[in-house]
Ligand binder design. Structure first.
Ligand code: SF4
Ligand code: SF4
Length: 226
């Protein structure tokens, strides 16, 4: 098992634990809104204007007004905390960008107005071979292979100079300026944001679990509403 593989497995294990405690906490908040002496489950089907339907509406409102706001605030805190860390110019992200989309698919998406694809295709070009990409970050390519995620395309930016500097720094697109904007992305230990990613991982997993759980409630409740 590679080092990255164990890290990924640890993260999945942590997510399962965090998910269980978030589910418990949200269930408690749902039950706090339950009308007194009311028998019934939040996922039961209730008549229009009934007490049960009112409870479901209160729960949906609590998700929108309270929990979604808490998630949004926490997410902003995570991103603000990122300001304490800085790119140290290791150049890995310029030398190796991965996408599930082929160069042709990305160009098509860019043509259709996809902002990310437009920026991506404005700087990155595909590696000729997988081996070239492997030299940049072998552990990551091994991880993809071990987890059978092989439908990945590898790209690099020709604007990177031999001494690992961006030759068009002032005009680099937002995807470069804001990288990494996802605290759960896999980063090499050489990245100046690695510590940030490690520190905020538990909070990010918690937010993901909360979003997953409230989406489940929302889908099920609105699906049940006749
Ligand atoms: S434009 Fe500059 S910062 Fe962006 S990937 Fe290319 S070399 Fe890196
Ligand atoms: S991987 Fe991290 S430290 Fe390296 S160039 Fe990209 S943002 Fe900077």
């Amino acid at each position: 098992m590679t080092d990255l593989n164990s890290k990924l497995n640890n993260m999945k294990q942590k997510y399962r634990e965090i998910f269980m405690s978030s589910a418990e906490a949200i269930e408690q908040r749902v039950n706090e809104l339950k009308p007194e002496n009311f028998e019934g489950d939040i996922f039961d089907v209730y008549e229009k204007d009934s007490i049960g339907r009112k409870w479901q509406a209160d729960v949906l409102e609590m998700f929108e007004k309270d929990i979604s706001r808490e998630i949004y605030q926490k997410w902003n805190e995570i991103l603000s905390y990122r300001e304490n860390f800085h790119c140290n110019g290791c150049a890995t992200c310029c030398n190796l960008a991965c996408s599930e989309f082929s160069p042709e698919q990305l160009k098509e998406k860019a043509k259709n107005g996809d902002k990310f694809a437009t920026q991506f295709t404005s700087i990155f070009i595909p590696y000729e071979t997988r081996e070239e990409a492997e030299k940049i970050y072998p552990e990551y390519l091994k991880l993809l292979k071990d987890s059978k995620e092989e439908d990945v395309y590898f790209y690099h930016c020709p604007k990177l100079t031999e001494c690992k500097r961006c030759s068009d720094y002032e005009n680099r697109p937002d995807i470069c300026r804001h990288f990494p904007d996802n605290p759960l992305c896999i980063l090499p230990e050489s990245c100046g944001f690695y510590e940030w990613r490690q520190e905020v991982e538990p909070a990010t997993l918690m937010l993901h679990s909360m979003m997953e759980i409230i989406d489940y409630y929302k889908d099920k409740i609105s699906f049940l509403a006749p």
